[in-house]
Write a protein that binds this ligand. Sequence first.
Ligand code: FAD
Length: 315
Amino acid sequence: MDASDLLRNSLLQLSKQEAVRDVIQKAPVSRSVVKRFVPGAAHADAVRAAAEMAATGRMATIDYLGEDTTDVARAKQTKDAYLQLLTALRDEGLTETGTAEVSLKLSALGQALPGDGNSIALEHAREICTLADLAGTTVTLDMEDHTTTDLTLEALRELRSDFPSVGAVLQSYLRRTEADCRDLATAGSRVRLCKGAYKEPESVAFQSGADVDKSYVRCLKILMQGEGYPMVATHDPRLVEIAGALAAQAGRAATSFEYQMLYGIRPDEQRRISDRGDRMRVYIPYGQEWYGYLMRRMAEKPANVMFFVRGLATR
Ligand code: FAD
């Protein structure tokens, strides 16, 4: 294990430490260090960011920050926040034809609550899907650590029986993902393929970057050759290029798949891709619970750590 792997593992462990989170998260979202990745704490901030994307030809998927909820009132508050967000997006004309959709973490909607957490999360997700559908847009289920993959895919199946356009994320670092891609490469199925952002054991996940990238290409081949709608979620220039080549090889039109990147990461590349006529969707997180999200972004790029520490030390 080299120094950057050590740093990555420490940051991913820190992302789950509630005591540290409670101290660091007191910094307001307005701090420039947070603002680079999170446009703000209020619905209006997310709506403004989505409108900015739309003005420059990019689509958006919006995530109300929060995860691992252990309190039923909090899970309900998250569901209500999504309903308010969807209403605000619709009022701004941003939901028609899916210009802005929403991304959900089932753990924020109650999946981890003891007892019937799973059905509480599913009911919350169903309410959000209903409003999204009425507003003319859709929902994508984020994927969290591997202990939740089966539950999330089961929720996807249930939701898709009423809302066929609901999509889900698959993570190429998991050994199972090639098989999941085969299952989901069917007509109307939206799959967002990413590398994966959690700390996972070797028994379930590839550990080296090279193996994760090779798996990404194998998974992408399956999705591009399949009948579904692939969503290529990566900032990796090599994988972006390979995705374009695989789409061309499969005879796909530019409207039959999309690229996706995170808010604040490689914005020039985002615009270059949408300017050339391909679809680009930007994942926009907002809210006060930015700690876990930001820690995972630090883990992906060690240079961000100094940016973060300097930002917290000033102001
Ligand atoms: P990397 O090899 O990590 O990065 C490639 C290059 O991109 C880097 O060299 C750098 O130039 C740039 N870059 C990457 N990350 C950063 C950063 N943080 N700051 C600055 N530059 C950076 N993961 C999940 O586990 N579950 C999810 O549901 C999920 N949803 C996602 C949705 C979207 C739309 C995207 C884009 C990512 C999502 N992720 C999710 C995160 C993903 O798994 C990766 O951790 C993340 O995208 C970094 O991997 P990469 O493919 O960009 O490649």
